[in-house]
Design a binder for this molecule. Structure first.
Ligand SMILES: Cc1cc2nc3c(=O)[nH]c(=O)nc-3n(C[C@H](O)[C@H](O)[C@H](O)COP(=O)(O)O)c2cc1C
Length: 220
């Protein structure tokens, strides 16, 4: 198991997977971790394994998905987009730590093929594909740090480290429509701009920022 910082840095979206089931040991670790995150978040992360249909239709093909037979269905109460991003990214980084690759997927799969059962009041959010990658994914472009944050005066080291990790956060279509502000009283404000999945993106960014900052962050 690699450490969490290494996992965060090594993570890139992976869409092509090996035709190989998740090994029992990895599966057990993943299930235990998902249980923990579900209890912490009140969100359901339903792991589906050995089910290739959701990633075989035209949209999956368009999204360049190959041999994807495992995924996580994310559902829960309405209005929890930011938590979905925050807690889902915990699972993404944990998966990377144990040698699995992932991709957040809001669009490029066959929704009709999902075995989706929703309780009353429950909302389906999106999926995370998961498995052993045929490749490790590729580093991609990021907006410059100064376009993604606001700081008056000198940027403290913890904030800079938080930004470094936030810039590595996956966002839908790599849109990075977020702004992180360091307020004069030392608190932090997170904001996202209207775009597809921007609230989910913001939760993902928040988790990355906290991992990078390595100090407790107070939000305003
Ligand atoms: C909320 C969300 C939804 C996404 N939906 C899709 C999708 O439907 N299809 C896809 O191929 N990639 C999807 N992605 C992956 C992004 O394209 C990818 O994270 C982004 O380009 C940055 O690349 P990276 O993850 O390698 O850092 C999604 C990412 C996020 C965070």
């Amino acid at each position: 198991m690699i450490d969490i910082d290494k996992a965060l840095i090594k993570r890139h979206s992976v869409r092509r997977y090996l035709d190989k089931p998740i090994e029992e040991q990895d599966l057990n670790l993943l299930k235990d971790y998902i249980n923990k995150v579900e209890k912490e978040s009140g969100i359901t992360f339903q792991l589906v394994t050995n089910e290739p249909k959701a990633f075989t239709g035209p949209l999956a093909h368009y999204g360049k998905f190959e041999s994807c037979s495992n995924y996580i269905i994310i559902k829960g109460p309405r209005g929890k987009e930011t938590d979905v991003g925050y807690f889902g990214e915990k699972i993404v980084i944990f998966a990377q730590q144990i040698g699995l690759n992932t991709c957040w997927v809001a669009l490029t799969y066959s929704r009709g093929k999902l075995d989706l059962k929703l309780e009353k009041g429950e909302k389906f959010y999106l999926l995370i594909s998961i498995g052993y990658g045929r490749n490790r994914g590729v580093p991609r472009k990021t907006k410059p740090m100064e376009a993604l944050c606001r700081v008056n005066g000198q940027m403290p080291e913890w904030f800079k480290n938080g930004m470094d990790y936030a810039m590595r956060a996956p966002t839908a279509m790599n849109q990075q429509k977020f702004l992180i502000t360091l307020n004069d009283d030392g608190t932090v404000s997170l904001k996202s701009y209207l775009a597809p999945c921007h609230k989910i993106d913001l939760g993902i960014v928040k988790y990355h920022f906290e991992l990078g900052a390595k100090v407790p962050v107070t939000y305003k």
